[in-house]
Design a protein around this ligand. Structure first.
Ligand code: G3P
Length: 242
């Protein structure tokens, strides 16, 4: 017997495959660095895709929103948004609902990055909306307490990034190993399928190796690539740590 049609208009919840973007994962957040906008975003993403393919390491990229469709039209690697707004599509100006990035070909979005924080309810709503559309949520936590709370959303990916280390020279994996260990344990206890990433200050293969020794299954990185004299050399250095 067919079930009654869902007249709520909400898409039925769709299950995101565990590790849908791959595991381990190198996720490059281009932020809005001038070198990583427009053609610059395409250059970095193309190099990332090429090196990911040659090394066999799963990779993904999060460009500025206007560049999402440029990258999805040209390349095959997973493209994520850096942020989406937990709103319905419709009579809204300047917002970016998950449906908009899905229409641009994105595979998912960062949620609650410390540079674009959301309230707990906004974070939950955003993650649920992404999941309902079959989009991958990479939920970001600034500390262990936030990671423990956000793990209850059972997101496909959770990234721990201490804000004070972001953009600096000290890697989270060497400066705060205890934070990574605590987050890995906290998330495993609540949502074993969630893949834990870490980021902030990661630059070298040693930073990546150390993070993986601590239990992180991927890296979120920005300035090591976007501020490098050679994005290719920077990406090769990071990938050598997987
Ligand atoms: O989303 C990743 C980013 O916040 C880390 O920044 O420059 O320390 O690699 P960065």
């Amino acid at each position: 017997m067919r079930s009654a049609p869902d007249r709520s208009g909400a898409a039925p919840p769709r299950r995101i495959e565990p590790a849908a973007l791959g595991r381990p994962l190198l996720l490059v957040n281009l932020k809005t660095y001038p070198t990583a906008l427009g053609a610059g975003a395409e250059r970095i993403a193309r190099t990332l895709e090429e090196l990911g393919r040659s090394t066999g390491v799963p990779v993904a990229v999060a460009p500025a929103t206007p560049d999402i469709s440029r990258l999805t039209a040209q390349l095959r690697l997973p493209v994520l948004a850096q942020h989406v707004d937990p709103v319905d599509p419709g009579p809204r100006t300047g917002f970016v609902p998950p449906e908009a990035v899905a229409a641009a070909g994105a595979r998912g979005s960062l949620v609650n990055h410390s540079e674009h924080p959301l309230s707990p309810s906004e974070g939950r709503e955003t993650a649920l909306r992404l999941n309902r559309l079959g989009l991958v949520a990479v939920v970001c936590a600034r500390d262990v307490a936030a990671a423990r709370r956000l793990a209850r959303l059972r997101p496909p990916y959770l990234a721990i990034e201490p804000p004070d280390l972001i953009g600096g020279d000290r890697s989270v994996s060497t400066a705060r190993p205890e934070v990574i260990l605590s987050v890995v344990r906290a998330v495993a206890a609540v949502s074993p399928e969630t893949v834990v990433l870490c980021g902030a200050g990661v630059h070298t293969r040693h930073d990546v190796e150390k993070a993986r020794e601590l239990g992180a299954q991927g890296i979120l990185v920005a300035s090591a690539v976007t501020r490098a004299p050679s994005a290719r050399n920077a990406l090769a250095e990071l990938l050598a740590g997987f």
